[in-house]
Write a protein that binds this ligand. Structure first.
Ligand SMILES: NC(=O)c1ccc[n+]([C@@H]2O[C@H](COP(=O)([O-])OP(=O)(O)OC[C@H]3O[C@@H](n4cnc5c(N)ncnc54)[C@H](OP(=O)(O)O)[C@@H]3O)[C@@H](O)[C@H]2O)c1
Length: 288
């Protein structure tokens, strides 16, 4: 089994976590809606992740909705002491599987309670406020009202640490004036590097950066350069894409998603891949 500690660790809130973690979104049904095709397979992926050394799992109660958190609870509760489960609030699913903003104080409070109940926890270790101003992408606009509600839930002891998702530098700066921000989760990968400057800025501030869609998300990354480097190194393109992220900055924490134990093992093995300089230079030239 791969030793994922080769990829080192980084601070997430009050814990050090392995930089290779796991994103649980893909465990729900198609379109992240409804139950998985094979519940036992989903449980097996979660247990294999933890057995591999993963101590950072990303989730949300709006995956399913509720399904992913309930799977995590069934597979892993009572949780290992070192496991950090990071969740997110700010959206709600429609009956048609749509992703809708849910930003009122009541909706945010209900979301924290839904996560607590479905995960079987008394306190959530890290909650990301998922900014829905631009729905899927980045869009400027104040997050003060919502973050103030989340900070109040933190004061009540329901939330230990707060992070942000799908936010601009201006919104992160606004957030840091309201409460401590321990992580930022934005879309970023080999081919989507709009956040390059944000990654470096957060690294200098000692704040974790957690790229979502590290493998390209719903349409996994494809690029000639990536395939060529993978062949040269005798690795898979997905392993190279993850190794590039690990190499990119020390504050990057990975949460690749998969519903397959085989892919999970393949992804964990990226921890043992050191990119030669020439490979890194070739990958750096990839753009969307
Ligand atoms: N904050 C946000 O707004 C936000 C948005 C999206 C996601 N997220 C979080 O980020 C995590 C990661 O994103 P993601 O899961 O959507 O995308 P991802 O990790 O970039 O890619 C997942 C996709 O890649 C496939 N895959 C995984 N490993 C593979 C491998 N070794 N070989 C071939 N295909 C492979 C998966 O299919 P298989 O199941 O077949 O392996 C799945 O289709 C999510 O789980 C979620 O926790 C957050």
């Amino acid at each position: 089994m791969t030793n994922i500690s080769n990829a080192k660790n980084f601070k997430l809130g009050s814990r050090q976590v392995n930089r290779l973690g796991y994103g649980a979104m893909q465990l729900a049904g198609p379109g992240v809606f409804g139950p998985p095709k094979d519940r036992n397979a989903a449980i097996a992926v979660l247990r294999e992740a933890v057995a591999s050394g993963v101590n950072h799992i990303d989730t949300s109660d709006f995956y399913g909705p509720h399904v992913t958190n309930q799977l995590i609870r069934e597979a892993l509760h009572p949780y290992p002491d070192d496991l950090v489960i990071v969740t997110k609030i700010g959206a709600k699913r429609g009956d048609d599987a749509s992703w809708n903003p849910a930003l009122s104080p009541q909706a945010l409070t209900d979301a924290v309670h839904d996560n607590l109940r479905n995960l079987g926890l008394d306190v959530l270790e890290v909650v990301n406020f998922r900014c829905m101003i631009g729905h899927q992408g980045l869009a400027e606009g104040s997050i003060e009202q919502q973050l103030t509600v989340l900070a109040e839930l933190q004061r009540q002891g329901l939330v230990r640490h707060i992070g942000l998702s799908t936010v601009t530098r201006t919104q992160i700066e606004e957030g840091r004036r309201i409460c401590e921000i321990v992580c930022v989760q934005n879309q970023y990968n080999l081919a989507h590097r709009e956040d390059d400057a944000v990654v470096d800025w957060l690294a200098s501030a000692g704040i974790a950066y957690v790229p979502y869609f590290p493998l390209g998300g719903f349409s996994p990354l494809q690029s000639t350069e990536l395939s060529e480097v993978a062949v040269e190194l005798g690795k898979t393109p997905m392993q190279v894409a993850l190794a590039w992220l690990l190499d990119r900055a020390p504050n990057i924490l990975l949460i690749p998603g998969t519903s397959s134990v085989e892919h999970l093992r393949e992804n964990m093995a990226a921890a043992e891949l050191q990119l030669p300089k020439a490979a890194r230079a070739k990958l750096d030239k990839i753009s969307a």
